[in-house]
Structure formats: structure tokens, C-alpha cells
Design a protein around this ligand. Structure first.
Ligand SMILES: Cc1cc2nc3c(=O)[nH]c(=O)nc-3n(C[C@H](O)[C@H](O)[C@H](O)COP(=O)(O)OP(=O)(O)OC[C@H]3O[C@@H](n4cnc5c(N)ncnc54)[C@H](O)[C@@H]3O)c2cc1C
Length: 416
């Protein structure tokens, strides 16, 4: 594999960097309108939905070009597009499984953020075991009637549309009775109740559906094939964008390097402590592994292969690594990482940030926890890797467990 960027890629990177330098908003985006305006600007510059076919408003860009934009946005500290789920999940799902009519109706408005999307999958008793979902969509003439509850729906309070998984056949085996349906969030009977978190923010909601009528034309793919469609969605959610995640980690690492050169403990700069140098060295090596594995995914995508269950390797790797790295960062920063009063700008991750706001060390630490839960927890990624990538048996057979236990006790390796 040749890891050098081509001349064409380098020229594209310079063009993106220049555009971002001129256009990244100088002040924090506060209102939804401001966030939509920035999203639209990114789209008009050709930097959103770049890999989508040009007939749907994309530019048929190569995965490498998309990765370059992702990296440069992190470097320029550009705000993320407001219709993140629309771009990363709903658009690709529609392009793979939607009808021409559905795509014409929705894709352009996703790109322009005229319509914001959310993902209506998880339920109070169906998270990791998503196929146990109970929210029902019963057919009544040319409509579905939806009843049930969803939870942890990111951005639901701002969303115009939702990509829903609902049970359409209660008698079929659980994976085979699910359908994927587009739901207009302004339909009568949809109630969004924001969930307030410990941090004070309200990023996700519970969503209740009471006799919500949805046109049958909003079904994606065939009836009762929603599970297969959800696999496409989840592989995009897990496998996409790992290189920009690496870049984000690298940016905070570089910031931390500045800080350890300034902050003193026992009269010496932190960077002079062998222990701290050792911890930073280990983080650096781990980040490099993530960089190379991200490049490996990228070269697969460049060859036209779609992300499959192997996306779980990437998801498990970056989310667990982020958690470990943020812990090291807070250990090294000590009280500066989590103090309640303002942190001096020369130590802050981003200047003028409150200690527990996005952009602070403490927020990055807390948020890294979420990465090992959303889009399937780390334990679930390990199950997928064991069963679907390595092909290991799903059930541990009782006779094998007994045989192993006997062997262990006879060889003296039993319980202490
Ligand atoms: C920041 C964030 C944003 C989210 N946004 C959305 C969204 O927009 N839309 C949406 O639909 N959902 C969203 N979710 C929900 C997310 O998909 C679920 O939280 C996740 O799938 C886990 O489900 P759960 O919370 O019900 O936990 P549970 O499934 O109850 O799991 C609890 C614990 O048990 C472990 N566990 C469960 N089953 C197994 C098993 N078979 N083997 C080993 N361990 C197991 C889990 O790993 C976990 O540690 C979001 C979650 C977060 C954190």
C-alpha cells in the first residue's frame, strides 16, 4: 500500500484548507438558524455528501477526498454540519435502498439542512438487542399506524424527519418482522420529550408515537426487510470517518504537548517528567496504530468495497482508544482538567470555554464514554467480531465448558 498522497490529493487539500481559512465562522454558532446557514455553506462549497452520486446533489468524490475534507475540518476547528445524522446515515441508506421518488423527495433537503433528521432505533427494552424492538407499525389501507416509544434519539427536538425501525409482523421471528420507515416528525401523535443530562445539556429525547399515521410509500425497501437495511445504516455509522477521529485526537494531543511544556509541578515543567513522557509516548504510539488502520479502511473504500462487519474493528478501536487517551489527559492535567472555575486560555483545549462545555478537557473526557455505547456498545462490537468476522460459534456448548473445567482442575489451574 502506498501511503503517500497523490499530487491531485495534495492540491485538493490546499484548496479545502484555503476555503476553510476564509469561511470558518469566527464566533460560536448559537442558534439553529446559524448552524443551518453554516451547513448550507459547506454544502454549497461541495463539501457535504461528497461521495453521493451527482444526480442527487453529491459530487461522486473519492473516499480519499472525503477523508481530506474531514481532516481539514478538524484542523480548522470548523463546526460540524447540523444535519449530521442525515448526512452520515440517512442519505447513504436512501441511496442504497430508497426508491427514485423517495430519493428525489428527500436527499436534496438533507444536503441543504432544510430538513433535519434523527434516527429512531433504540427503545427502553431494545438497545444492544435492537431486534427486540416493540414499536409497531400496523398496515391500515395505504398507511401505517405507528404506536410505541423510542429513546436516546439524538437531536429529535430539532428534527423534521426520522428514520424508524418498527415491528410490522409480530408473528415472524424477531429479525424478520421489522421494517424501515420514514416518519414525518410533525405528524399528529408524535411527542418528543427531551432528556436532561447530568451536564445540563439536552442532546437526546424520548419519542412517543400514539396512532401516528404514516403513508405506506414511506417504507424503505420491502416490508419486513428492515433488519438488513439497518445493517447498512449501522456499518456507515461505525466505519465512516475514522481518519478525522484520529485527527481530532491528534489535535488534542498536540494541545496537550503545549500545555505540558508550560505547566510546572514541583518546580519543573511536566514534560520533563519521565513518567509523563512515557505516558505521552504510549498514547502517541496507540494513535499511530489508529492512523494506519484508518488508512487501511480508506484504501478498501477507495477500491469500491463497502464497510461491512469489519467496521466494528474500527468502531471498537477508536472509541476505546479515545476513552483511554482522555483518561491519560486528565491524569496529566490534574486539577486543570476539571476545575470548576475558568481554566486559563493557555491551558484550555479551546480558549474562552467553560470547564464543562463542549471544547473543554472535562467535556471531552465525559463524551469519550458515550463513544463506547452509541452505534453499538464495545461488548456488542466484540460479539460481532467473534461471530461475523472470525466465525466463532455463537453458543458455548455445555459439554465443552465441563470438559474445560475438568481439564483445568486436573492440571492444577482451577479456582484459587
Ligand atoms: C451519545 C448517544 C447517542 C445516541 N443516539 C441514538 C440515536 O440517535 N438513535 C437511537 O436509536 N439510539 C441512540 N443511542 C442509543 C444507543 O444505540 C444505545 O444506548 C446502545 O445501543 C446500547 O443500548 P442500551 O442503552 O439499551 O444498553 P443495553 O443494551 O441495556 O446494555 C447495557 C450493558 O449491557 C451490555 N450488553 C448488552 N447485551 C450484551 C451482550 N449480548 N453481550 C455482552 N454485553 C451485552 C452492553 O454492552 C452494556 O454495557 C445513543 C446512545 C448514546 C450514548
Amino acid at each position: 500500500m502506498d501511503l503517500r498522497y497523490t499530487e491531485q490529493d495534495q492540491a485538493f487539500r490546499s484548496e479545502v484548507r484555503e476555503w476553510l481559512e476564509e469561511n470558518v465562522p469566527r464566533k460560536k454558532l448559537e442558534t439553529l438558524d446559524e448552524k443551518k446557514a453554516w451547513h448550507r455553506k459547506l454544502y454549497e462549497a461541495g463539501y457535504l455528501g461528497m461521495g453521493w452520486p451527482s444526480e442527487y446533489g453529491g459530487r461522486d468524490a473519492r473516499p480519499m477526498e472525503q477523508a481530506i475534507v474531514g481532516e481539514e475540518m478538524v484542523r480548522a476547528r470548523a463546526p460540524a454540519p447540523v444535519n449530521g445524522l442525515g448526512i452520515s446515515i440517512v442519505g447513504p441508506t436512501l441511496i442504497h435502498h430508497g426508491t427514485e421518488e423517495q430519493n428525489q423527495r428527500h436527499i436534496q433537503k438533507i444536503l441543504t439542512a432544510e430538513e433535519i433528521w434523527c434516527q429512531l432505533y433504540s427503545e427502553p427494552n431494545a438497545g444492544s438487542d435492537l431486534a427486540s424492538l416493540q414499536c409497531r407499525a400496523d398496515i391500515d389501507g395505504d398507511e401505517f399506524v405507528v404506536n410505541g416509544q423510542k429513546v436516546w434519539t439524538s437531536g429529535a427536538h430539532n428534527s423534521d424527519w426520522g428514520l424508524m425501525l418498527a415491528r410490522t409482523d409480530r408473528n415472524a421471528p424477531k429479525h424478520q418482522g421489522i421494517s424501515c420507515i420514514l416518519v414525518d416528525m410533525s405528524s399528529p401523535g408524535v411527542e418528543v420529550r427531551p432528556l436532561k443530562q447530568l451536564s445540563g445539556s439536552q442532546e437526546f429525547s424520548e419519542v412517543f408515537f400514539s396512532d401516528v399515521r404514516v403513508p405506506a410509500d414511506n417504507l424503505i425497501g420491502e416490508l419486513n426487510t428492515g433488519w438488513r437495511i439497518a445493517q447498512t445504516t449501522l456499518s456507515y455509522e461505525r466505519g465512516g470517518n475514522t481518519l478525522s477521529r484520529y485527527t481530532r485526537m491528534q489535535e488534542s494531543f498536540n494541545r496537550l504537548l503545549d500545555v505540558v511544556g508550560i505547566v510546572k509541578r514541583d518546580g519543573a515543567a511536566l514534560i520533563d517528567s519521565p513518567h509523563i513522557r512515557w505516558r505521552l509516548g504510549k498514547v502517541y504510539a496507540d494513535m499511530e496504530i489508529l492512523r494506519y488502520s484508518s488508512l487501511r479502511i480508506l484504501s478498501r473504500l477507495e477500491r469500491g468495497e463497502r464497510p461491512g462487519p469489519e467496521a466494528s474493528i474500527a468502531k471498537l478501536h477508536y472509541s476505546e482508544l479515545d476513552k483511554a487517551i482522555q483518561e491519560v489527559f486528565l491524569d496529566i492535567l490534574g486539577p486543570y482538567g476539571q476545575q470548576i472555575e475558568g481554566i486559563p486560555d493557555h491551558i484550555a483545549l479551546e480558549p474562552d470555554t467553560d470547564p464543562f462545555e463542549p471544547g473543554s478537557w472535562a467535556y471531552a473526557f465525559a463524551w469519550s464514554r458515550a463513544g463506547t455505547i452509541y452505534a453499538g456498545s464495545s461488548e456488542i462490537q466484540k460479539n460481532i467480531l467473534g461471530e461475523r468476522v472470525l466465525g466463532l460459534p455463537k453458543e458455548v456448548r455445555a459439554d465443552r465448558v465441563q470438559a474445560t473445567a475438568q481439564q483445568a482442575s486436573s492440571s492444577g489451574n482451577g479456582d484459587d
